[in-house]
Ligand binder design. Structure first.
Ligand SMILES: [Zn+2]
Length: 321
């Protein structure tokens, strides 16, 4: 699973930092030169969660993640990133630890039941494909659909004012919405879905580093909505565990991009390293996506042209208050 490339990585140890006892886990093969035998990058499964206080701390951890990526076969990484494979073991362990730590803290900090904190965490490409297909086909709740989805964009609303009115979300159970959807092109449908969902292969939920907290109903996350207090807590505390809000009002200004999502948070050391890898290996990712979409490429014409923007137009700064 891992490339056994030997590396001569070097880590400077600073006083006060938790000692890094690397596991000789799957493929991590480097031996330190500083007298402390540390095996490159693997993290101890029993290790306590990491905490962060500055962007510099995030950046240092990201470089450790990058070293693991550099020692792994790019096609293996592409399978993980596009939702058909797994993360390198050491990265998976770290993501699990950090997501759990933030979820535990969020439960305590907001007085929410622990099992209600994570609305969604890891989704495979296969799961994301069922979401994509259900929305693309605009299935009624009774025929395999699942209620309302996404935000109706201003562009489409302006085109169909009488049918859509001021309805905030698409609703396959409403005949007027269904009528509009049927008259839209494949590209228009994809753009609407992409405002709040991603295509199989492009979802950040494939990674294991990203999770949706509390609830994902967009209108509940306004400044005075029912999730406002939970959002305030995340803004104040998620950075401590290395998390950033992936889709912000600012990142949503780019076109195309995912709308602001106050519930979706990413473990930045991993996602920043993955973004860098993806930017540098676009052909490998494109091949993996083409394979994934080969069952019906007509549903993916627009995202095929634009997946880079949806992956890259994201917030990359951790908010330390
Ligand atoms: Zn999400």
């Amino acid at each position: 699973m891992h490339d056994k490339t030997s590396t001569t990585a070097h880590r400077r140890t600073t006083p006060g930092r938790r000692k890094f006892l690397g596991l000789a886990a799957a493929g991590a093969a480097a031996v330190g030169t500083a007298g402390v035998g540390w095996a490159a990058f693997a993290s101890d499964p029993a290790a306590p969660p990491r905490t962060f206080h500055t962007q510099g701390g995030i950046d240092r951890r990201k470089r450790a993640m990058t070293r693991i990526l550099n020692a792994t076969d790019p096609t293996v990484l592409a399978a993980w990133i596009t939702g058909t494979g797994s993360a390198p073991d050491a990265i998976k362990t770290e993501m699990d630890t950090q997501v759990d730590a933030l979820a535990d803290a969020a439960a305590t900090g907001t007085g929410t039941a622990r099992d209600a904190v994570l609305a969604s965490w890891v989704r495979t490409a296969a799961t994301q494909r069922t979401i994509w297909d259900r929305k693309y086909e605009f299935l009624h709740t009774g025929s395999g659909g699942a209620g309302t989805f996404g935000i109706i964009t201003d562009e489409v609303r302006a085109k169909y004012p009488t049918q859509l009115g001021s309805d905030p979300q698409w609703d396959p159970d409403m005949d007027s919405h269904s009528e509009v959807w049927q008259s839209m092109t494949s590209e228009e449908r994809q753009i609407e879905i992409l405002r709040t969902s991603t295509a199989p292969g492009v979802s950040r939920h494939h990674l294991g580093s990203d999770a949706d907290f509390f609830d994902t109903t967009p209108q509940d996350w306004t400044d005075d909505g029912p999730e406002a207090a939970n959002y305030k807590w995340l803004r104040a505390n998620a950075a401590r565990y290395g998390f950033l809000q992936t889709y912000t009002a600012k990142s949503a200004e780019a076109h195309p991009a995912i709308s602001e999502e106050r519930w979706h948070w990413s473990y930045a050391p991993v996602t920043e390293a993955v973004l860098e890898f993806t930017r540098g290996n676009q052909d490998v990712i494109a091949d993996a996506l083409a394979e994934l979409w080969s069952y019906d490429p007509a549903r993916y014409t627009y995202i095929e042209e634009n997946w880079r923007d949806y992956m890259f137009h994201v917030n990359e700064k951790v908010y330390f208050g």
